[in-house]
Design a protein around this ligand. Structure first.
Ligand code: SAM
Length: 330
């Protein structure tokens, strides 16, 4: 079977599926606070069929996301169905989830038992008041902390905690997150803020970039870089004494489009070949019209062939993406 490749020779092995664009948090850098869900969602059987066709084309990793994926009833069962699929080498898939962690404490063990391998929890401050101001939800911090600890206990390993940093907003959280990584035994990854917010407030000045994050963290404790695979989006570092790992995902200051291996399916069944795509491709319509698996595969191949070479963040010709992060699936 020919692998799924685009015209730049990149092989697509990672799939992200958004199972809803609803979210119970209204993080100020992501949402305006006035918009709810904008797109529908599909029966899990439809996502499963799409995933199964894509796995037949070489997908090895599937990440379930949203919106907030844990809001979707039946998501545990969806994981167990995904876990039955085998990749092109006959191996089980690497199944992961990105969640705000609010509902994770109760669900971590069932998710692990269903076949989830890893979880990434989003968290943008390690202090309860600041956390509430960012998420616009009172008392979420304790839920998320309980979710992270429950995920560790359940063996959803490694637990990664993703923090989006914004200038004059939460950049003072860099060192507290370094301490958090060491104390909680989680990998904290800082993500550069991208122009994908509903409010379109992004500007280059709002980005706290990789070099600055490393410099500030280095003032707390020296860091040692961990060699990473080309396809890994995060640059990884451990503290010099061997306790604690952090990472930086730097799509703005150090783009990694050249080895992008991802495609996404939105909650309403559209394929997106890039976070910054100006349009998406309606896989669900093709399915609804009665296409066979082979026809779906041909459609997918045609779409992937046209994957964008790179994003144009910060360049004069930048065109905003047709959807914002919460409605794509981060
Ligand atoms: N609700 C889940 C969660 O909170 O992880 C999944 C969806 S959320 C949109 C996925 C990730 O995108 C979160 O880590 C969030 O912080 C990140 N994110 C949202 N807007 C972003 C932006 N403009 N730039 C970079 N990351 C962003």
């Amino acid at each position: 079977m020919a692998l799924l490749t685009d015209k730049f020779g990149r092989t697509i092995t990672d799939l992200r599926i958004s199972v809803t664009d609803r979210c119970n948090y209204k993080c100020v850098y992501c949402r305006t606070g006035n918009e709810g869900a904008l797109y529908g969602d599909l029966p899990f059987a439809d996502y499963l069929r799409m995933a199964s066709v894509l796995v037949g084309l070489g997908i090895k990793k599937v990440r379930i996301t949203g919106g907030e994926p844990l809001l979707r009833k039946g998501v545990v069962n969806f994981v167990s169905e995904l876990a039955k699929l085998r990749d092109s080498d006959g191996e089980p898939l690497d199944i992961a989830m990105t969640t705000n962690g609010d509902l994770l404490a109760e669900m971590a063990k069932p998710l692990k038992d269903a076949g989830l391998g890893r979880v990434t929890v989003s968290m943008d401050a390690v202090d309860p008041d600041r956390f509430a101001r960012i998420t616009r939800v009172p008392n979420g911090y304790d839920n998320v902390l309980a979710g992270i600890r429950s995920a560790r206990r359940a063996g959803l390993w490694p637990v990664k905690v993703n923090c989006v940093l914004m200038r004059d907003f939460n950049e003072d959280q860099i060192i507290p997150f370094g301490m958090f990584a060491r104390e909680e035994g989680v990998v904290v990854r800082f993500i550069e803020f991208m122009p994908l917010d509903e409010g379109r407030t992004w500007s280059p000045n709002t980005v706290v970039a990789l070099d600055e994050i490393l410099r500030r963290m280095g003032e707390y404790r020296p860091l040692v870089e961990i060699p990473h695979a080309h396809s890994e989006t995060a640059r990884r570092y451990r503290f010099e004494d061997g306790i604690g790992e952090i990472g930086v995902i730097a799509p703005v200051s150090h783009p990694f489009c050249g080895h992008c291996s991802r495609i996404r399916i939105t909650s309403d069944g559209k394929i997106r070949t890039c976070l910054f795509s100006a349009w998406d491709h309606d896989l669900h319509s093709v399915m609804r019209r009665g296409a066979s698996d082979q026809e779906l595969a041909e459609f997918i191949r045609g779409v992937v062939e046209k994957k964008e070479d790179r994003h144009h963040i910060g360049e004069p010709d930048f065109v905003p993406a047709s959807r914002t992060m919460v409605h794509i699936g981060g």
